[in-house]
Design a protein. Structure first.
Length: 248
């Protein structure tokens, strides 16, 4: 696990790590101090963890109060029994806002975290001051066609035996590196340090929880109707997004 506390002497803020009780077990949380500005809650995407937000936290923690959590089944938060779902993760984030943040937050969700953030804004509107969706997954749009390999992998993951075998093959540093290389447009960003960061939870817990989430992808959609989200919402999309290009 990475060092939980970081101090920026230029902007004079501290980021500390705590474990907080949630609706389905303990959740790992980072929070900045001193408390200032608006509270901003950062929600990571599939396979990620709090530390993926480090560049963002370093940039704005001296101006706002930042919070980030490891979603259940990822990072170093609990692996509860039952099926992963956007509703379960939204309830986890809602508990953090109610019990730790204490007031409505600006919620920023990346990739799968965008699905969670949108569900949070819909189910708990009183807890969300504004919404930021960064390359959010789950949009029911015509994205790039799946390659033969991608289709094979999705079918294999759903197989009771083949899925477990694939988790064993890819649930290591080599598999982590291949996954990051396929996701990152700038390959130079896939450093040994980044691979190690993503590999840590796999060494501790194994790849079973990641496989569990993968099998629920079909249910992790943004099935929203126009006007359903009432909070101010900002969409941020990378020009080289491979999953859902901006043109879609």
């Amino acid at each position: 696990m990475s060092t939980p506390t970081e101090i920026n002497t230029t902007r004079k803020f501290e980021i500390r790590e705590e474990y907080r009780s949630g609706p389905d077990g303990l959740m790992r949380v980072w929070m900045s101090s001193p408390v200032q500005g608006l509270p901003v809650l950062l929600i990571h995407g599939y396979g990620a963890l709090i530390e993926h937000w480090r560049p963002v936290m370093r940039a704005i923690a001296g101006e706002q109060t930042l919070y980030a959590l490891d979603l259940y089944y990822f990072g170093y938060s609990a692996r509860p029994a039952g099926r992963p779902s956007r509703e379960r993760w939204a309830a986890q984030a809602a508990a953090l806002i109610r019990n730790t943040i204490g007031r409505p937050a600006v919620v920023v969700g990346h990739s799968m975290g965008g699905v969670v953030s949108a569900q949070l804004a819909r189910a708990y509107p009183e807890l969300v001051h504004a919404l930021v969706l960064v390359n959010s997954s789950g949009a029911q749009l015509q994205a790039r066609p799946l390659s033969t390999f991608d289709r094979f992998m999705l079918d294999a993951i759903g197989s009771p035996l083949i899925g477990e075998a694939l988790a064993g093959v890819f649930g290591n540093r080599w598999g982590v590196r291949q996954g990051l290389l396929s996701a990152y447009h700038r390959k130079e960003c896939v450093t040994p340090e980044l691979v190690e960061l993503f590999s840590g939870p796999l060494r501790r817990y194994g790849a079973g929880s990641y496989l569990k989430v993968s099998r629920e992808f079909a249910n992790l959609v943004l099935d929203l109707t126009p006007g359903e989200i009432k909070q101010p919402t900002l969409l941020i999309w990378g020009a080289e997004d491979r999953s859902i290009p901006p043109a879609h």
